[in-house]
Design a protein around this ligand. Structure first.
Ligand SMILES: *Cc1c(COP(=O)(O)O)cnc(C)c1O
Length: 393
């Protein structure tokens, strides 16, 4: 297959997947046991193995696997024991799942404008903020605010990223969430995982995610005196098996991204109207982020890359100030829950300039994915193809 074909057929915005029958020992093990429910057996389940490995690798206190990162966000939010209608500060530039998780937990999102790197700007947070979600978008490590009791790090697009102090993204806040959706760094189709250093919070999360019960593996669930209601967010053994298999490749994947990023730093055009945005050492280098001098040039570059079959995207879709769910305060509840609890006297968006600078940055930004699984010689060719397309703009 030609390189063009291989790149065109990836359909993988971020990261890679390593699905290969010759590498599925965990899945074979689970099928061999003939038990796909994690709490059916008393020994270590595949889900527990995954949680243990992720916690070890990321230096997290505790981990819990669930169905997806949206559910993990909800679980984290509810486990802070909020009141209905409490405010949650979220990035103005992120996937709408963050707002959906806040709203479906009965809480009210407040959009916080971005800094230069398009991450939530912590200097905009009010002194009384109690719950904040920061998102490490596209592997870009966002600043984690200090002095807020419940910071939830959304690492759906940043598995393996590190903060400047060396800690892994997801372990600096009160909780961190990860996604194994198809479009993320590693994939099991759908999948989510939550980490926290707070043992009490983990126990609460584990109960809520299993019908509010204090289940002993191998037994029927039990509810003690201070049990609360819950939901069923318990993962499956076959999914955990694929996640374990994928997770084995994390270091290989991170190295492949770093290698292609280094190639790109060397091989891109030097135009005065185009800048490759530098990435920090701890970022997961899932993409090259370009900043053009104008929106017109950016749009011309999109056309040029697309015409040549080179995957690319813009980030305008992440601007939640324009999202209909938020602008229209949409809800399925007849009384508009939980928007009907939104305070009338406080703004639900925090920005110094009405998001003007963020809009301008988004309008001029263009992203091109990196392909970690390619051998270096093919990464060089892929970068060359990108360079030629950008020179033609
Ligand atoms: C994909 C994504 C989510 C949701 O993840 P799922 O596992 O698909 O629920 C949340 N936040 C961000 C930033 C994402 O990119």
């Amino acid at each position: 297959m030609t390189l063009d074909k291989r790149l065109g057929q990836r359909f993988l915005p971020y990261g890679a997947n390593y699905l290969d029958w010759s590498d599925m020992t965990e899945l074979e093990e689970v099928i061999g046991h003939r038990v796909l429910f994690r709490y059916q057996t008393e020994g270590e389940s595949m889900a527990s193995r995954l949680e243990r490995r992720v916690a070890e690798r990321l230096g997290a206190g505790h981990a819990l696997a669930v169905h997806n990162a949206t559910e993990a966000l909800r679980l984290a939010l509810i486990s802070t024991r909020p009141r209905v209608g409490d405010l949650v500060y979220i990035p103005a530039v992120t996937f709408v799942a963050v707002a959906g998780a806040v709203l479906s937990s009965g809480l009210v999102p407040v959009l916080v404008d971005a800094d230069e790197s398009l991450s939530l700007d912590p200097t905009l947070l009010p002194a009384d903020a109690r719950r904040v979600v920061v998102a490490h978008m596209e592997g870009v490590v966002a600043p984690v605010p200090y002095g807020v009791p419940y910071v939830i790090e959304d690492c759906a697009q940043a598995l393996g990223a590190r903060l400047p102090d060396g800690r892994h993204a997801g372990t600096a806040g009160w909780a961190g969430v990860f996604s194994f959706h198809h479009n993320k760094v590693l994939t099991s189709g759908e999948g989510g995982l939550l980490v926290t250093g707070d043992a009490g919070a983990w126990a609460t999360m584990r109960r809520y995610h299993d019908h509010g019960s204090a289940r002993v593996p191998g037994r029927y669930p039990t509810w003690d005196e201070d049990a609360h209601f819950g939901e069923n967010m318990v993962t499956s053994e076959e999914v955990a098996a694929i996640q374990c298999q994928q997770f084995r490749h994390l270091d290989e994947l991170l190295a492949g991204l770093e290698r292609m990023y280094a190639v790109a730093l060397d091989g891109l055009p030097s135009r005065t109207d185009l800048a490759l945005l530098p990435r920090s050492a701890g970022d997961v280098k899932v993409s090259l982020r370009f900043r053009w001098e104008s929106r017109e040039l950016r749009d011309a570059a999109v056309a040029c890359l697309t015409a040549r079959g080179i995957a690319n995207w813009t980030l305008n879709k992440y601007l939640l100030t324009d999202h209909p769910v938020l602008t229209g305060r949409r809800s399925l509840y007849a009384d508009g829950f939980p928007w009907n609890h939104a305070p009338g006297n406080r703004p639900l968006a925090l920005s110094r300039d009405g998001f003007a600078r963020t809009r301008d940055l988004l309008d001029r930004t263009l992203c091109v994915p990196l392909s970690p699984e390619l051998p270096e010689a093919e990464q060089v060719l892929a970068v060359k193809a990108v360079r030629q397309a950008l020179e033609a703009v």
